[in-house]
Each structure stands twice: as C-alpha cells, then as structure tokens.
Design a protein around this ligand. Structure first.
Ligand code: HMG
Ligand code: MG
Length: 300
C-alpha cells in the first residue's frame, strides 16, 4: 500500500516537561539535566526542558531555571520552556530558553483549572509574551489544549479549536500544537478536526500532541501524517500526563512513535536504540513502569 505521508518528521520531545510535571517523584535538577543531555545525544533536536509556572501549582517544574542553566547545549538543538505569562517569559529568557511556548485551551473550564483565567484573558497575557519575545528574537510556539475533549466539559467545539488556533497564529506563534490533553481522540474525530483546521491553516503551522490514555495516539498520528502534518510531540517512556486533567496518562511514547516512523521510512534523525536505553533508565529512576512498548521490546 502506498501511503501519502511526509518523508521527514519533526519530533518535539516533551518528556522533561509534560512528562515530569505529572510524576509524583520530583527529580533533582541534576537528574533532569542528565535526562535532557541523554535525549539530545539520541538526536532529539527540540526538547521541552521545563516550564516557568507557579511552583505552588506545579512543584515538579520549580527547578526549571537551574535545569536550563546546567544542560550541555548541543548545536542545532532547541531547548524550550512553557511560559504562561510575562513573569514566566522573563524567567525563561534569563535562563536562555531558545524558544518558549504559550498554552491556551479550547475549553473554558480547562482554561480556568489550568491557568486560572478565561481563554480571552489568557490570550491577552500571551499577547504581551509574544510581543516581548518578538523583540528578543525568541520564537514562540502555541498550544491549544482539549482539542478532542475536555475532562470537565466533555465535548469541545471544533470551531472553538479553530478560532483559538488561528488567534495564536495571528498573534505570531510560529506553529500551534494541538493537544489531545486527555487522550480521548480517535481516528475519525482527529480526521474531522484536521479537515476543518486544514481548510484554513497550512499543515506546516500545525503539530499534534497526543496523550495515550486509551491507546489511540499512534492511530491519531497516522491520520495526521496522511493529512500532511509533519510535527509530533511525544515523551520518552510515555512519561507523564497533565496535573489539571485527571485521568490523562502520559504522552505518546517517543520510542513507539519513532519505531512506527522509522519503519515507514520516514526520517526522524533519532537513534531508537539509544532512546530506548534512555527510556528504560528514566523509568527505573522514577520507579515506574515503562509505558513505551518499543522501549520494553528493545530492552533485551
Ligand atoms: P494565578 O494564581 O492566577 O496568578 O496563577 P497570579 O498572577 O495571581 O499569581 C499567584 C502566585 O503565583 C503569585 O505568588 C505569583 O507571584 C506566582 P504568591 O504571591 O502567591 O507567592 N506566579 C508565578 N510564579 C512563578 N512563575 C510564574 C508565575 N506567575 C505567577 N510564571 C499561573 C496563574 C498561570 C501562574 C498558574 O495558574 C500556574 O502556574 N498554572 C500552572 C499551569 C501548568 O503548568 N499546567 C500544566 C502545563 S499545560 C499542559 O500540560 C497542557 C499541554 O501539555 C498541552 C496538552 O496536553 O493539551 C501544554
Ligand atoms: Mg500535554
């Protein structure tokens, strides 16, 4: 069967942020630095290294500044961080993040629970962040959460997803990552959502960020690939979840994503064997079950 898919894909490794933000055990800055350095040695060229949010809300990310300052920077690798407001942006800038990300939601209830403000208020905050980042020459990525369902509201309107996504792009985000925050998306729904978004937004402005709660993430990625999406977020060992989305399991495991892509002859630039070792090591360190099936299979 001949599949019409991109021949090269960008991976955004979100394990050190989205993964670790929801692990019970808070890793020391030293352990995080070791993880991030190991990920770059596998060929990851965009690593979300931390977030500059309230340590009262997400204590797991409190040492992000120390982490960003201590990593060994590899040429060509983007080390990025989440920044919900100007205070966060200033922290990330001081710590020399190469790129920052603002994160909105397509669900009002999730916006309130996650960042304590309405969608409209969050956009107003992001305007300031994006304007300052532009002056500083720092690229800004956008996220939209709950694109395929919300833990509080259930169904989320696709036209709201479209509207928030377009707003973030118009404000100056170089790309918007579509977050299936609680992993409820399935192939048909993903296809319908992308059909709508791609009728107004070029595929190279969109990324898919799938959580794997119901084991549907790879199927959704395949739908995205067939619709021309070429950037996917994933997390080594399938770490994590979201502290404000009860029941959300980790992101799609990077190892499983790369196994699929490599075997479809899609270039990622990532060494899967090395990555599997990193995934097994971090799972052992966190005393948790490795969520990457390919990571387990490659262990022996
Ligand atoms: P707030 O309470 O509304 O803000 O929080 P505030 O301005 O009233 O400040 C309250 C306190 O937070 C003050 O400290 C501020 O100084 C402090 P206090 O006086 O109480 O000691 N503060 C900060 N501290 C550090 N860094 C900052 C900062 N800003 C204020 N940047 C805020 C608003 C957004 C800060 C808060 O709600 C928060 O930190 N939320 C955490 C959000 C978060 O990290 N969620 C997880 C990431 S999103 C996600 O996982 C989804 C994604 O993966 C995509 C997907 O899957 O869908 C991206
Ligand atoms: Mg997420």
């Amino acid at each position: 069967m001949q599949l019409n898919v991109p021949n090269k894909v960008n991976i955004v490794e979100v394990g050190p942020r989205d993964g670790l933000q929801n692990e019970k055990q808070v890793l020391t800055a030293g352990d995080k630095v070791e993880l991030i350095n190991a990920l770059s040695e596998c060929g990851m060229n965009h690593i979300e290294a931390g977030s500059f949010v309230s340590p009262k809300w997400v204590p797991q990310m409190a040492n992000s500044e120390e982490v960003l300052r201590a990593i060994t920077r590899t040429d060509g690798v983007i080390y990025s961080a989440l920044t919900p407001n100007m205070r966060g942006y200033e922290g990330a800038f001081k710590a020399k993040a190469d790129s920052v990300a603002v994160f909105a939601s397509a669900s009002e209830a999730f916006s309130q629970k996650n960042i304590n403000c309405s969608i409209a208020d969050s956009i107003a905050r992001f305007k300031d962040v994006i304007a300052q980042a532009k002056k500083d020459n720092i690229p800004v990525r956008g996220y939209v959460s709950c694109v395929l369902g919300c833990p509080y509201e259930g169904e989320v309107s696709m036209s709201e997803v479209l509207s928030v996504t377009k707003t973030l792009l118009e404000l100056g985000c170089y790309e918007v990552s579509l977050g299936d925050t609680i992993g409820v998306g399935t192939a048909g729904k993903t296809h319908s959502l992308l059909n709508l978004l791609l009728s107004q937004i070029p595929a190279n402005k969109l990324a898919l960020h799938c959580h794997d709660t119901y084991g549907q993430a790879l199927a959704n990625v395949l739908i995205g690939l067939q619709q021309g999406i070429a950037t996917f977020d994933s997390s080594v060992a399938g770490l994590g979840g979201c502290p404000y989305a009860k029941g959300a399991s980790g992101n799609l495991a990077s190892e499983d994503l790369i196994y699929m892509l490599t075997n479809m002859n899609i270039e990622t630039g990532i060494n899967l064997k090395k990555l599997a070792v990193v995934g097994n090591n971090i799972s052992t360190k966190l005393n948790r079950h490795n969520q990457a099936k390919s990571g387990i299979a490659l262990r022996s």
